[in-house]
Design a binder for this molecule. Structure first.
Ligand code: PBG
Length: 339
């Protein structure tokens, strides 16, 4: 048995009363170990074709898909609130999807147009784009499939490289591969360097699990129906694994990732903790659509205090070690933080 250290074992009751510091607001604030600010928030947004278009997402109360013009209009407040970056997710019309997801690298695609418009209006706002084929494929998988529906790794990586370069050319500050193919970070990095995009960062979805918490997102981007009963277990990680997450993160870093992400959030904070503790790199976590939906459903039923559980869940992610959180609560939390 290991002995507790001398200094700790000396601290005994009643000399030590841990409630002393908790007795007043000032001492609670002074001894608070972690902080949450707008700087820690990234806002994921769903982008629609057309003008003056807005659509609610039924499984994500409070979340709206917006056309580029409305997105730019609304972003004024988000910038003002101090949110450092947006993550863009295009909602691709059915007619623009194909087997190979070739709309993904269209220079005039929705993500590319939204990026150009946002950067023109707010040069200081970070724009993060999603690198994956699922919004663009008729089968809803993140890559190109063979006759058995298996997602082919290497040909998919070639497509992802084209997509990432087209995002960088449109002015994206950060490209975020969310596809979980092997080797895509190195391939994207090499292409970005070759294209002169030396400061385009890569935020890799390094440890992304084959999670059922993504359901509302797939409704929001309109890939749920395409995917049908198929899953993503041949490329996203098994929820049972954590050593493998360390392997994934280490590989993405070695390949040139500037920041890494763990996804989902709350059920996977042990992974966030391990990554930050063992690797000490910029670590992000995605509080995904299903987590958002659960909080909203409970709050709308009056079972939980919505604002309070929102702030608690975000602080829990900071405490676990996350530098930042991608969250659909970003604007609501930033408004509260400003008060
Ligand atoms: C797909 C992608 C997904 C999310 C972000 N990018 C869904 C998936 O992998 O099926 C999920 C985000 C969320 O649930 O909020 N490349």
């Amino acid at each position: 048995m290991t002995q507790p250290s001398l200094s700790l074992s000396n601290r005994s009751f009643p000399h030590t009363r841990l409630r002393r510091n908790r007795a007043s607001d000032f001492s609670r604030r002074l001894t608070r170990e972690n902080q949450l600010s707008a700087d820690n928030l990234i806002y994921p947004v769903f982008v629609l074709e057309g003008e003056q278009q807005r659509e609610a997402v039924p499984s994500m109360p409070g979340v709206e898909r917006l056309s580029v013009d409305l997105l730019v209009e609304h972003a004024a407040e988000w910038v003002e609130l101090g949110i450092p970056a947006l993550a863009l997710f295009p909602v691709v019309p059915a007619g623009k999807k194909d087997l190979a997801g070739s709309g993904a690298w269209d220079p005039d695609g929705l993500a590319q147009r939204a990026t150009r418009a946002l950067k023109a209006a707010y040069p200081e706002l970070g724009v993060i784009t999603d690198v994956a084929l699922d919004p663009f494929t008729t089968h809803g998988q993140d890559g190109i499939i063979d006759d058995n529906g298996y997602v082919l790794n290497d040909v998919t990586v070639e497509a992802l490289v084209k997509q990432a370069v087209s995002h960088a050319e449109a002015g994206a500050d950060v490209v975020a591969p969310s596809d979980m193919m092997d080797g895509r970070v190195a391939a994207i990095r090499e292409a970005l360097e070759a294209g002169g995009h030396v400061n385009t960062r890569i935020l890799s979805y390094a440890a992304k699990y084959a999670s059922s918490y993504y359901g509302p997102f797939r409704d929001a981007v309109g890939s749920a129906a395409n995917l049908g009963k198929a899953d993503k277990a041949t490329y996203q990680m098994d929820p049972a694994n954590s050593d493998e997450a360390m392997h994934e993160v280490a590989m993405d870093l070695a390949e040139g990732a500037d920041m890494v992400m763990i996804k989902p959030g709350m059920p996977y904070l042990d992974i966030v903790y391990r990554v930050k503790k063992e690797l000490q790199v910029p670590t992000f976590v995605y509080q995904v659509s299903g987590e958002y939906a659960m909080h909203m459903a409970a709050a709308e039923n009056g079972w939980l205090d919505g604002d309070k559980v929102m702030m608690e869940s975000l602080m829990a992610m900071r405490r676990a070690g996350a530098d930042g959180v991608l969250t659909y609560f970003a604007v609501r939390a930033a408004r509260l933080l400003k008060q």
